[in-house]
Design a binder for this molecule. Structure first.
Ligand code: PEP
Ligand code: MG
Length: 757
C-alpha cells in the first residue's frame, strides 16, 4: 500500500492553513476530511461527533454520501464507530464488513468499502468523537498510519471542545463536549454557589500543534524531560522531605514514570508524526488517561493523577508559565475546580469573588474543609475527573448541602437553583434580622449563643451573627494551615487579634487539639492503629509540655488585663486535667516573677468528650472552673462509631435515650456543684438537637456561624419549661414506645408548638 503523499507532516501543515482560513465551520470541516482522505490515500474520511445523548452524529464526510451528513447517527457501542467511541481505542480492519459489530447504513452508501481505520477523538481522556478513513481495497493500515490519524484527530478535538461546531448538529442537540453534566459528590461545606469555572491549576493550552522542525521538537522534548527528571531527583535528595512518607511516595512514583521507557518512547513517536513536543505530551497523556479511566483497578486509577501531574510539569516547562492564568484575575462569581487544594492556597484567592469549590479529592476532615467553612464557601469533594470535564468559564453550580454539582446546567436546572439561592438569601436575611433580638425563649429563659471559631477569617461572623462570644476557639487550626510551626510571637499576635475583634465579649480558647485526624504538615507523622483514641490532644501536651507551655504563655500575654478562658481537649481523667493546670500555673508564676502583666481572671476548663469523665463528673466539675461538651467526640466514643466513617457515623442517633441520658447526667452533676457547662460540638448547632439540649437544662451553646440564625429562630419560638417536663418524663420512663430515639417525639413537640427546626 502506498504511504501517504507527503506524510503526516505535510497533512498537518495543510491543516494548519485550513484552520487559519476565514470560512464557516462546516466548510472548514469539509476541507479537513477531504485533506485527510487525500493524504491517507483513502476513498473515505468521515468525522462523527459525540452528542450529549451519546449518539454519534456524522458531521462531515469525504467519500460517503453527503446527504447523510447530520442525518446518520449511531448509538455509543453501535457499529464499528460506536465500538471505538466506547473503548476509546483505535481500530484497524482490512475487511470491516466481516466484523461482527459492522452496522450497515444504506444512506451512506458504504457497503463497497473494506479497509477501515477509526480513531477516537480524545481530549483529556474524554471521547468527543470518532474519525474514520475507509478504503475499497482490503488495506492493512500500518502503525504509523494509525498514529498519524490519531495526531490529526487532536486538531478536531480542539475544534469540538472550543464550541465552534455547536451550531452545526441536528437542531436541539448538543455535542458531548459541551453537554450538561451532573455529579453527586461528598458535601464538605454547606451553602449554594452559582457561577463560572475557574481551574485552580489551569490546563496548559497547547496552541501550537504542528511542528515546523521535528529535530528541534525532539530536542525540546528531551530537554524538558531531563529538566523535570532532575528537579524530581533534587526534591527527593533534599533532606527536608526525603524522610516524609507521603511526599516521598508521590515523588518516587513520579520518578518511575519519568524514567518509564514505554512512556518516553510514545512521546518521541508522537513528535515524529509531525507535532510539537507539547502537542505530543498532550496526545500521549490523553491516550493514557482514556485507558486508565476505563480501568477498574484502583491502583491504576490512583496512578492516573501522578501521570497527570508529570504531564502538567512537562507542559509547563514546554509552554512556559505565561500561558497559565493568574490568580489575580478572578472573575465575579468564581467557582474553583481543583483536583485537590491546600488550605493556604484557598486563602490566597479573593474571597469576595469566590462562590464555591469543587474538588476531586479531599475528605470531610481535610483542612481545606475547615477553611472553606470559615469562609462560608460551599464545597463538594470526591467529584471524579471534575477538572478534566470542565472548561474555564463554563457555568457551574455547587450545592454544598446535597453534594450535587451541575456543570453547564440547562436553563430549567439553572432557574430552579437560582430560585433556591434566592430563598436561601431571604432566609439568611431573616436570620440576620434576629441578631439584635435578645436570645430568650418565650417563657423567659436566657440562652447564650456563642460562636465556634479558629481562624482570623471567622471573626467577622461575630458581628454578622450577633454571637455572645466565642465558646470554642480551636487553636490548632492556625497550626494546621501553616507551613511551619507558628512561633510564640505568631500565636500571641493571633490571640490578641481575636480578643480585639470580639471586644468585651468572652472567648474560650482550647489548647492544641492535634493528633488523630488533625495532622500538622511539618510534624513527623506517628503511625497508629487507632489514631482517634491514640496520641492526641492533652496526651501530647502532657508528654511534650513545651508545646502547651509556649501556647499558655502566648495566651497569658495576649489576655493581660482581661479574662483568660482556656480549656483542654480529650481529658480522660481528673489527674490529666490537674497536670495540665499545673503546667499553666507554672507559666503564670514565671510571668509574675518576670514582671509581666497578667490576665484579670483565669478560668481553666475541661472538655467532656471522653466517656470516662461521665463517671467522675463530680470530681472534674469540682476541679475545673467550667466544662464544655465536645459532643462530636463524646458521641463517637459513647457509641464506638468513628465520626469520619460514613459507614458507621450515621448508625446512632444523638437524640436517643443513651445519649440524652448521658447529657442529662452531665448537666445535673455539674449543676449540683455550680460548674458552668457549655455544649460546643455540632449537636448544639442543629435546631432540633439544640432544642433538646435546652430541654435538658443547657443554657450555653456554641456553634458554627451558619447555625446561629436557625438555632435562634428555634429558641425564640420555644417554651422551655413544657419541653423540660416532656424530656424529664421520657428519660425516666424510657421514652417513646415506638423506639429508643426521642427524635420523633421532639419533632412532634416542635410541630405542635410551631417551632422552626
Ligand atoms: C467535639 O469533639 O465535639 C469538639 C467540639 O471538638 P472537635 O470537633 O474539634 O474534635
Ligand atoms: Mg473533640
Amino acid at each position: 500500500m502506498p504511504g501517504a503523499p507527503g506524510g503526516p507532516r505535510v497533512l498537518l501543515r495543510r491543516l494548519r492553513e485550513v484552520m487559519a482560513e476565514p470560512v464557516a465551520a462546516q466548510a472548514r470541516l469539509d476541507r479537513i476530511v477531504m485533506l485527510i482522505a487525500a493524504n491517507m490515500v483513502s476513498e473515505v474520511c468521515s468525522l462523527y461527533v459525540m452528542r450529549s445523548d451519546e449518539a454519534l452524529e456524522l458531521y462531515a464526510t469525504e467519500g460517503l454520501n453527503r446527504e447523510a451528513v447530520h442525518q446518520t447517527k449511531l448509538r455509543s457501542g453501535e457499529g464499528l464507530v460506536g465500538l471505538i467511541a466506547r473503548s476509546a481505542e483505535p481500530l484497524a480492519l482490512s475487511d470491516a464488513q466481516s466484523h461482527s459489530a459492522f452496522a450497515y447504513r444504506p444512506e451512506t452508501g458504504e457497503e463497497v468499502y473494506h479497509g477501515f481505520l477509526g480513531v477516537p477523538v480524545l481530549r483529556a481522556g474524554n471521547t468527543l468523537g470518532v474519525l474514520v478513513v475507509q478504503n475499497a481495497a482490503h488495506r492493512h493500515y500500518t502503525e504509523e498510519e494509525v498514529e498519524a490519524l490519531q495526531t490529526t484527530s487532536m486538531v478536531l478535538a480542539e475544534m469540538i471542545a472550543s464550541g465552534e461546531l455547536r451550531s452545526l448538529g441536528e437542531p436541539g442537540t448538543e455535542t458531548a463536549a459541551r453537554r450538561p453534566l451532573q455529579f453527586r459528590g461528598v458535601p464538605l461545606a454547606d451553602g449554594l454557589g452559582l457561577g463560572h469555572v475557574v481551574l485552580h491549576e489551569p490546563r496548559v493550552v497547547v496552541k501550537n500543534l504542528i511542528a515546523s522542525d521535528i529535530d528541534h521538537e525532539i530536542a525540546r522534548l528531551n530537554a524538558a524531560i531531563a529538566d523535570v527528571r532532575s528537579s524530581i531527583d533534587e526534591m527527593l535528595e533534599r533532606g527536608d522531605i526525603a524522610h516524609q512518607g507521603d511526599h516521598r511516595d508521590v515523588l518516587e512514583t513520579f520518578r518511575m514514570f519519568a524514567n518509564d521507557q514505554g512512556w518516553l518512547r510514545r512521546l518521541g513517536d508522537a513528535v515524529r508524526t509531525g507535532i510539537t513536543a507539547e502537542a505530543a505530551v498532550e496526545r500521549v497523556q490523553s491516550d493514557s488517561r482514556a485507558r486508565m479511566m476505563r480501568s477498574t483497578d484502583p491502583y491504576f486509577r490512583e496512578r492516573l493523577h501522578d501521570l497527570d501531574d508529570l504531564a502538567n510539569r512537562l507542559l509547563r516547562r514546554l509552554v512556559g508559565r505565561d500561558l497559565i492564568a493568574s490568580h489575580d484575575a478572578l472573575p465575579e462569581n468564581a467557582i474553583l475546580v481543583a483536583r485537590m487544594m491546600g488550605p493556604a492556597a484557598l486563602l490566597d484567592y479573593d474571597r469576595s469573588r469566590l462562590r464555591g469549590l469543587v474538588l476531586e479529592e479531599g475528605g470531610e476532615t481535610s483542612h481545606i474543609a475547615i477553611v472553606a467553612r470559615a469562609l462560608a464557601i460551599p464545597v463538594v469533594s470526591a467529584v471524579e475527573n471534575a477538572s478534566s470535564v470542565v472548561e474555564t468559564g463554563d457555568a457551574i453550580i455547587v450545592d454544598g448541602d446535597t453534594g450535587d454539582v451541575q456543570i453547564r446546567p440547562p436553563p430549567d436546572v439553572e432557574a430552579s437553583y437560582a430560585g433556591k439561592a434566592r430563598l436561601r438569601a431571604r432566609r439568611q436575611e431573616q436570620y440576620r434580622r434576629l441578631r439584635h433580638l435578645p436570645s430568650v425563649t418565650r417563657d423567659g429563659v436566657e440562652i447564650v449563643l456563642q460562636l465556634n471559631a479558629g481562624l482570623l477569617v471567622d471573626l467577622p461572623h461575630m458581628a454578622e451573627t450577633g454571637a455572645a462570644g466565642i465558646g470554642l476557639f480551636r487553636t490548632e487550626l492556625q497550626f494546621m494551615i501553616a507551613e511551619r510551626m507558628p512561633s510564640a510571637k505568631d500565636q500571641q499576635r493571633l490571640y490578641a487579634d481575636v480578643l480585639t475583634a470580639v471586644g468585651d465579649r468572652p472567648v474560650t480558647f482550647r489548647s492544641l487539639d492535634i493528633g488523630g485526624d488533625k495532622l500538622l504538615p511539618y510534624m513527623p507523622r506517628v503511625d497508629e492503629e487507632n489514631p482517634a483514641i491514640g496520641w492526641r490532644a492533652i496526651r501530647i501536651a502532657l508528654d511534650r509540655p513545651a508545646l502547651l507551655r509556649i501556647q499558655a504563655r502566648a495566651l497569658l500575654k495576649a489576655t493581660a488585663g482581661r479574662e483568660l478562658r482556656l480549656m483542654f481537649p480529650m481529658v480522660a481523667t481528673r489527674t490529666e486535667f490537674e497536670r495540665a493546670r499545673s503546667l499553666v500555673e507554672g507559666e503564670i508564676e514565671y510571668l509574675r516573677r518576670t514582671g509581666h502583666p497578667l490576665p484579670s481572671q483565669i478560668s481553666l476548663g475541661a472538655m467532656v468528650e471522653v466517656p470516662s469523665l461521665l463517671f467522675d463528673l463530680d470530681g472534674i466539675a469540682r476541679s475545673a472552673d467550667f466544662l464544655s461538651i465536645g459532643s462530636n467526640d463524646l458521641m463517637q466514643f459513647l457509641f464506638a462509631a468513628d465520626r469520619d466513617n460514613r459507614l458507621v457515623s450515621g448508625r446512632f442517633d444523638a437524640l436517643s435515650l443513651p445519649s440524652l441520658r448521658a447529657l442529662r447526667l452531665i448537666a445535673d452533676e455539674a449543676g449540683k456543684v455550680g460548674c458552668p457547662v457549655t455544649v460546643c460540638g455540632e449537636l448544639a448547632g442543629r435546631p432540633l438537637e439544640a432544642m433538646a439540649l435546652i430541654g435538658l437544662g443547657y443554657r450555653r451553646l456554641s456553634m458554627s456561624a451558619a447555625a446561629i440564625g436557625p438555632v435562634k429562630a428555634m429558641l425564640l419560638a420555644l417554651e422551655a419549661y413544657p419541653l423540660e417536663a416532656l424530656l424529664a418524663e421520657a428519660l425516666a420512663t424510657g421514652g417513646d414506645p415506638a423506639g429508643e430515639s426521642l427524635r420523633p417525639a421532639l419533632a412532634r413537640f416542635a410541630a405542635d408548638h410551631a417551632i422552626p427546626v
